[in-house]
Design a protein around this ligand. Structure first.
Ligand SMILES: Cc1cc2nc3c(=O)[nH]c(=O)nc-3n(C[C@H](O)[C@H](O)[C@H](O)COP(=O)(O)OP(=O)(O)OC[C@H]3O[C@@H](n4cnc5c(N)ncnc54)[C@H](O)[C@@H]3O)c2cc1C
Length: 389
């Protein structure tokens, strides 16, 4: 394993750190939901102006053509700066790379620029009430109509649908049954403002409304919004999912949790708790779990540096991350005990209750981007060579 960064990589990380130190902004407290989105669009536009979003995209379309190692370093610096995440995450990390791989030049010219400056926000319309882990069992149908298709069905868990202009969707266009269910699926871009789209916000345990249920009732999708070939959407989805389970996320999460851990360690109640053997074990276990994620990330970085994609190995990293975030959040709430401020704070103070919010969010890590059980299946079948269950 080679853990050393080149001089150019170190210089790149320092440039990102320096830019964020001089330019990172925070939203003022008390913004309305619409005000918060408007602020987040402005912040992303500023990032885009400095080519500080979508840095892996080619220069010709507004990125920096950054290497995988540079992308990892960028994510670590970004997390360490505590800068607000770009609002168009799905556009930057999922839809954009999918359009770059499978979109026509016309689609790329139309859709990529407003992804960068958050002029048009995107969501991902993949999961359905009966199709999550087993995505190929999806039921949303696209029926041919003059000049395109009419799409009808139900999507769920759709993050950011409430303020998205476009949704990248998987729909059934052909029969496909049994072992060949993945055939006859197509990838289309749906206008979230088109007639027939109904968005119902879902309240999460954090009290926030990131997710939505999206009902589609004969929504017209023009021919030029098909991405890739008809009935070949499974291959297109493979690109989207590879980016969703990709390599950037664990680096950001490592540093964000290092910052959380430092805050917890600096709290006088943590020092007091270290005198109790049970609490001390919990804190140390969380620290070790965080160290494990760091080692996994070093391994990934070393492989990326040699041009090796992590592939199924990233399932181990995802499992390490989901158990680490639970352990650290559990330890924090136990240490802070009844003194932990409530989330959301009754007076609307966004800085209060962050540990409780973090504990609630930690539950999502074992589901989003493929559940823990699915990661274990991948490890069993593709890394250990065990027979399929
Ligand atoms: C924070 C977050 C954001 C999300 N954002 C989006 C989004 O923007 N767009 C979108 O399309 N989706 C989104 N999702 C949905 C996510 O992709 C699904 O929740 C996930 O794929 C699991 O699907 P499911 O919820 O239908 O659970 P199911 O697939 O129904 O699974 C239920 C349980 O059964 C287990 N299970 C299922 N199959 C197997 C198997 N073969 N072997 C062993 N155990 C199995 C699972 O592990 C799980 O414990 C988001 C989810 C989260 C948590």
């Amino acid at each position: 394993m080679d853990l050393s960064l080149s001089a150019a990589e170190r210089a790149f990380a320092l440039r990102v750190r320096d830019w964020l130190a001089r330019n990172a902004e925070r939203p003022e407290p008390g913004l309305s939901p619409d005000g918060a989105i408007a602020w987040a669009r402005r912040w992303q536009a500023k990032l885009a102006g400095a080519r500080m979003v979508a840095i892996a995209w080619p220069r010709s379309v507004g990125g920096r053509g950054a290497s995988p190692v540079e992308v990892a370093l960028y994510n670590m610096e970004y997390a360490r700066a505590g800068a607000p995440q770009p609002v168009n995450r799905v556009g930057i990390n999922l839809a954009g790379p999918t359009l770059l791989a499978h979109g026509t030049p016309g689609q790329q010219a139309r859709w990529l620029p407003p992804i960068l400056d958050a002029g048009e926000i995107w969501c991902q319309l993949f999961s359905e009430p009966g199709a999550g882990s087993d995505l190929a069992s999806l039921h949303t149908r696209a029926e041919p109509a003059a000049g395109g298709w009419l799409v009808t069905g139900e999507k769920v868990w759709t993050s950011y649908a409430g303020f998205s202009k476009w949704g990248i969707a998987l729909v059934r266009t052909g029969a496909g049954a049994g072992q060949s269910r993945h055939r006859g699926i197509s990838c289309m871009v749906i206008d979230m403002e088109a007639p027939g789209v109904e968005i119902r916000p879902l309240r999460q345990i954090t009290g926030e409304f990131e997710f939505n249920q999206v009902a589609l009732d004969e929504v017209f999708v023009p021919e030029d919004q098909l991405v890739g070939r008809l009935h070949q959407g499974w291959a297109v989805a493979g690109t989207t999912l590879a980016h969703e389970r990709g390599t950037a996320y664990p680096f950001k999460e490592q540093v964000a949790h290092e910052v959380y851990f430092d805050e917890l360690a600096a709290d006088p109640r943590t020092r007091a708790a270290l005198g109790d053997p049970v609490a001390a074990d919990q804190i140390v276990d969380a620290y070790v779990a965080l160290g494990l994620l760091r080692l996994r990330n070093y391994r990934t970085l070393s492989r990326l540096g040699r041009g090796v994609e992590p592939g199924p190995d990233s399932s181990i990293t995802k499992l390490v991350h989901s158990s680490m975030t639970r352990q650290l959040s559990d330890a924090a709430l136990d240490v802070l005990g009844d003194d932990a401020p409530l989330w959301p704070a009754p007076d609307g103070d966004l800085a209060a209750g962050t540990w409780q919010r973090q504990w609630l969010w930690s539950k999502a890590a074992s589901i989003a981007g493929g559940t823990d059980e699915i990661q274990r299946n991948i490890i069993a079948e593709r890394l250990l060579g065990l027979p399929r269950g």
